[in-house]
Structures are given as C-alpha cells and as structure tokens.
Design a protein around this ligand. Sequence first.
Ligand SMILES: [Zn+2]
Length: 402
Amino acid sequence: MVEGVDVGRVRELNRALVLRDLRRRGRSTRAEIAKQTGLTHATISAIVVDLLEDGWVREVGLETIPRGRPPVLLEIDPRSHFVLGLQLGPHRTRLSLLDSLGAEIASRDVRTRSKRLETVAGHCAELVADLLSSVKVARRRVHAVGVCVPGVVDPVSGAAVDVPGFGWRDEPVGAALSSAIRLPIHVHDDCYALAGLELLEGRAHGERHAVLLSVTGEPAVALIIDGRVHRGASGDAGSLAHFQIPGLTDRCRCGNAGCLGTVVSAESLDRRARGPVRASLDAERMEDVPALALLEAAGRGVPDARAIVDEVAAHLARAVGWVLNLVNPDLLVLGAGLTGLPATMLASFSEDVLAACHPGVRSVLRVERSEFGGPDRARGVALVALHESVEHLESVFPSVAS
Ligand SMILES: [Zn+2]
C-alpha cells in the first residue's frame, strides 16, 4: 500500500467516478464502466456491490451480445437518493427536491416569515419536513441540501459573511440550518447557484470564457475563466456591489461613498419603489416584492418608474463594461433580476454594456438572455449540491471536469 493514501477517500472518489459515468451515459455494464473510468474490473465489481446495496444503482436486464454470457446492465435508480435546494430570499423562500438524476420532483415557494436566523432555520425545517412527507420521501434518502443566499458567503464554513437583505453579518447560516434540518448543508451565494445551473444546463454549457450577470440581492457576476468558476481567495470574487461609480455619493454600509450597490440592489429598488412612484405600482406586487413592482411598472412604460430603472441600468452597464474589458469573455449571460425586464429595456441595457466595452472585447462578445429566472436558484443550488456531494466534482463545469 502506498503510504499517505487515504483509502476511504480513494474509495469514495472511485465510487463517484462510477456514478458520474452512469449518470452521463445511462445504462452500462461493469466492463464498459471499467473501460470508461480506467478502474480495474475488481474495483468496479466491489463498488457496484456497494452501490446495489445502497440502492443507488439497479440491475436492469442483460445486454444482447452475439455469443457468450451476456453482461448485466446497470443504471442509476433515480428515486433511490435525492438532493434539496433551498433558496433564501428576504421576501420569498423556495425549496426544490431533485432525484439522483437531477430531475425536479417537487417544489415549494412561500413567503419568508422572518429575517432572524433561528426563525428562518425553524421555518425551513418545517418546509423540508412538509415537502418530503408530501412526496413520501424518507429524510435518510436525502443526500445533501444546497442553500443559496443573496450575498457573500464563506462556502467552507457555511457562514453568511454579508447578506444585506437579511441584515446578516458573519451569521452561521450553515450551522443553524444543519442543526434544524438535520441534513448535510452546503451554502453558496445566489450567483454561484445560477452559474451552476447555467453551466450544467444553460447558455454557458461548454463555454470557456463567460460572465454571468445577476442582480438577486446586490449585483454580482460569476466569472468563468478557462472553464472554471473563479471564486477568489475568500469566495468573494464577482461581487460588483462595492465598485466605485463616478457621480454616486451615497454612503455605503462598507464605509465608502459611491458604491454601485447603493443604487443597484434589490434593497435600493425596494426603497425607491416605496417612494413617490408607489402610486403607479401594482399594490399586490408591492406587498410581495416591491422591486419587481417597480420593474413591471417600468416595463409598462410608467414614466417615473422607467426613469428610475433607466438610471439604475446605466450605472450597472458601466460597471459590467469594466468587468468585460478585464475578462474578455466570449459570452455575457444576462441572468436573474434582468431576465424579467421587457425586451426593449433589455436590448437597450445590452447596447449600453457593449458601448462600454473596447472594440477588441466587443468584437468577440455574444450577449444572451438566460433561460432561467430568480425562482430557478433553488433548483440550481440543488444541482450544484448533487454534483459536489455525489460526484465530488471540484468544479460544476462538466466539460472541464469530465
Ligand atoms: Zn460599499
């Protein structure tokens, strides 16, 4: 035995390789899996015994071959294990249950009752219990819970470093949720959850250099550089909230003045929606998410609402231009917080962004609207949890990880 090798870890990674191969290619035989993964037949046989015992994999008949003993076909049993995605927002809380092949089998979308972490955790535990019992899935069958929040998190400790919508500063979100829900919790920021969805199933699938822009709480980009999501030294890469924008003067909670987040953020839009423009906004929407009421009114052409949104969009376009000039991507995906904008407003925002890029960057850049919206974050973070916990991928980027 090679000294220093963690046998348990090697076994876990080999098991992940087998599951990943079956997930990608569907039905397969032990011999074919050995060929595809490069593992020995003996190793594959031992792993398959374990996976059959745990219910992850099932035998589904024999392969047809011209002569000799036909090999047994295996496939993942999609209903044997599950992952949950939990999307925490200051207004809405969403839950998504996926089977082990990533198909959504149930979801919930409810009003967020409180911003106190203990109350939030208790509420989430009730939601999870209710959802699992409604589809008759035992808790022990849930492998992991991916959680996303609109702000900066420490993905290692699971702490919410700075989540302004909840007023959380260094709050132990992961620990609180894991003790309330009693399942393994993986905490990410919204932008990472959306990037996972975009990379695995969306516009950025197979792209090497892409930027995904979203404004769920504060403006943020996911940077895909050389095929990997760039997370930075402290997991804080991609936040645009504290870019200093000439002309802005309001004091930011970070202590500086003129940060982009003082104007471009869900909180700031909520606040402006409650201002003089309120009379022109949909009352029911205002109760729900004020910022969305404002965006909808702008889309309907209400002049005061339109003026606010145009001003906000101009500041954002300028900051995004800086990012694009720095990263030089092939693709900019306009994601959550922007996908709901009417086509004409989105087109003029794209034009402003392109105008802020230098010609070399502009000449290769495609700008596309994401197929996903804010509510898809729950499914996105569940998918990320599925890939990270079951397949042990360091990156959610399949074209590179495979
Ligand atoms: Zn700031």
